[in-house]
Write a protein that binds this ligand. Structure first.
Ligand code: KMH
Ligand code: ZN
Length: 273
């Protein structure tokens, strides 16, 4: 099995700071979270940015500060969101790509998202993919529902993304595909040859999906964006969630990928540090 790539989705867009004291809101807090998560086994950090009051922002300067803070304190692969927050325009979602992070997410279809709609029409996906091509940013394909993998294959036929690619299955969003092992295995079976994949289980499903990925030889995304609890009624920090994955992998004899090993596995040959 490949060394395990652990992604930490440290902040996301949906949580309010009142929900947990562990949310990294400022660039400085993101840098500190990156250092702590690398120390316990993470190799990628998935980045959203907030204003000091916790509201979402796509401000390029704020992303630049976050990027600098993370790079100053860690060697993690920095993966920007292009999903942003519900209600952001395409231009807002794409703006931080000009900073040329090593990776960025590309969600491969529209999905119900709680009571809201996370809109990713083909024109939106094409525009984001083109921006990534323009700035040399490697996409991680986000799959929230079964048909989205077929959308990704269509984007590949159009020359906007390339397979093999790194794919993250985000399972258990209310409105998306349920976080069940049979759904995960179905998606893994449908991947084009040579892809690497991870799974992000939402809420309580984070732990079960972690265990499934470890068993199947995939990679894992954890973090407060997807789940704020360590156990029922007990809030987690990002590094506690990463450390738990590391311990579980250790029990299976699966080594953790360092950031440079993760870069090699993902074809990100040049570190920008
Ligand atoms: N906040 C969600 C609407 C991504 O980062 O690419 C979208 C999201 C996905 O978090
Ligand atoms: Zn996100």
């Amino acid at each position: 099995m490949q060394p395990l790539i652990v992604t930490v989705a440290a902040v996301g867009a949906e949580l309010r700071p009142e929900q947990t004291p562990h949310l990294p809101v400022t660039p400085r807090q993101l840098g500190e979270a990156a250092a702590r998560c690398q120390a316990v086994g993470a190799s990628i950090i998935h980045v959203h940015c907030r204003n000091d009051d916790g509201t979402n922002t796509s401000d390029v300067e704020r992303f630049a500060q976050a990027l600098a803070a993370i790079r100053a304190q860690s060697e993690l692969i920095v993966q920007f969101t292009t999903g942003g927050a519900i209600g952001m325009t395409l231009e807002e979602r794409a703006a931080p790509l000009r900073l040329r992070p090593e990776m960025a997410t590309l969600t491969c279809g529209t999905v119900n998202f709680g009571d809201e709609i996370f809109e990713n029409s083909f024109p939106i996906m094409r525009a984001l993919a083109r921006e990534m091509q323009k700035f040399g940013v490697v996409p991680e394909l986000e799959i929230f529902d079964a048909g989205q993998l077929d959308n990704a294959k269509r984007l590949a036929r159009e020359g906007l993304i390339q397979f093999p690619s790194h794919v993250d299955f985000v399972l258990g969003v209310p409105g998306g595909l349920a976080a069940e092992v049979r759904n995960l295995t179905h998606l893994v079976d449908a991947l084009p040859p040579g892809c690497t994949w991870s799974v992000a289980g939402i809420g309580r499903a984070q732990l079960a999906m972690t265990l499934a990925a470890l068993a199947l030889g995939g990679h894992v995304r954890v973090g407060l964006e997807d789940n704020i609890y360590y156990a029922k009624g007990r809030l987690a920090s990002n590094d506690e969630l990463v450390a738990r994955v590391a311990r579980l992998a250790g029990e299976l004899g699966r080594p953790l990928a360092t950031p440079s090993e993760a870069r090699a596995l993902l074809g990100l040959t040049v570190s920008q540090k």
